[in-house]
Design a protein around this ligand. Structure first.
Ligand SMILES: Nc1ncnc2c1ncn2[C@@H]1O[C@H](COP(=O)(O)OP(=O)(O)OP(=O)(O)O)[C@@H](O)[C@H]1O
Ligand SMILES: [Mg+2]
Length: 300
């Protein structure tokens, strides 16, 4: 099984659209796919799937301990199933970190070729940790200054979180904090110097960080492209990620803005699988294909 996480920080960039598009593209290739609405604060993947009121949801898993297998529902697309979000829960804000970790453990036990996690907006630890735990990382950004700023913040926080997780795992977290506080005395000016210094302290830390960096290869998707000249912004974002965070991000391609998409919601069919959304479907298919070829295990 391959677990995909679709994130990117800012709300409204198209994480849910992309998750849905990946799910449909993979199902149409004959894979057994499960979409998980992991946006605990604002679940809407069921709406993308054309399902008005799912009979089950993650609230049953969290509150009534219903096995995850039992809350999976079918969609109209063969091979594509959905775990609806926490939308009828009485306590959406009070999910604990342990509950979310339990969900991830149970997801790993599901029988599927691909599981797609539609993440929420923001840079809270649980969003970042879920993103890091996945096998395939998809990061969605829109071609406007605010979205790119937020995307930068998402990656910066993600990078810090990864560093902290590795430091904790080798028992170096407190020492690293102390070094950072006195960085001038250690001749440290940038985070790059800081990491280089930490690497000299512990080869175990150094090896683990290298391994974790190698696993994190985000696929950048530029969504809501309205003009052709915006397409190149994806390349600029790709080099920004490589330059500032030394994370080998790749630009997976762009998705054009579809001015009629809004009209497709609220109907009992998947929003992007209508005859009208041909361009959108084509773009989502092309981007999914590009990501899949970078992970050969997922190609039939
Ligand atoms: N390529 C596109 N063409 C037209 N409309 C789009 C496109 N991408 C997204 N939208 C619209 O923008 C809105 C936000 O998209 P979406 O819900 O996928 O974003 P999100 O990143 O998941 O947001 P959130 O963080 O709130 O979950 C939706 O109304 C969606 O229909
Ligand atoms: Mg969403």
């Amino acid at each position: 099984m391959q677990i995909w996480a679709v994130g990117g920080g800012k709300g409204g960039t198209g994480k849910s659209l992309m998750s849905n598009g990946i799910g449909i593209s993979l199902a149409e290739r004959g894979f057994n796919v499960i979409l998980v609405d992991a946006d605990y604060g604002g679940p809407n993947q069921h709406t993308y799937c054309g399902i008005r009121k799912p009979a089950t949801s993650l609230a049953h898993f969290f509150e009534q301990r219903t096995p995850l297998e039992e809350i999976i529902i079918d969609t109209r697309i063969e091979g594509l199933r959905l775990i609806p979000g926490n939308f009828n829960s009485s306590n959406t804000d009070s999910l604990t970190f342990t509950q979310k970790q339990k969900l991830f453990r149970h997801i790993k036990l599901l029988r599927a070729d691909h599981v797609i996690l539609d993440l929420g907006a923001g840079t809270q630890y649980d969003v970042l940790d879920t993103f890091l735990l996945a096998d395939i990382h998809v990061a969605v950004v829109a071609p406007d200054a605010m979205s790119i700023e937020n995307f930068y913040l998402f990656l910066k926080t993600l990078h810090n979180r990864l560093l902290c997780n590795v430091l904790s795992s080798v028992g170096l977290r407190e020492r690293a904090n102390a070094i950072w506080k006195e960085r001038a005395e250690h001749g440290i000016a940038t985070s790059k110097d800081f990491i280089a210094h930490l690497r000299t302290l512990s080869s175990e830390f150094s090896d683990r960080l290298t391994r974790e960096h190698a696993k994190l290869q985000p696929h950048v998707v530029l969504n809501q492209v309205r003009e052709y000249r915006q397409v190149e912004m994806g390349l600029a974002v790709e080099s920004m990620v490589n330059k500032f965070f030394h994370i080998p991000a790749t630009y997976a391609g762009h998705i054009r803005y579809d001015k009629n998409l809004w009209m497709q919601f609220g109907q009992e069919t998947p929003a992007i699988n209508h005859g009208h959304a041909f361009t959108l479907q084509q773009d989502l298919e092309r981007v999914t294909e590009k990501i899949l070829t970078a992970h050969p295990r997922g190609v039939t």
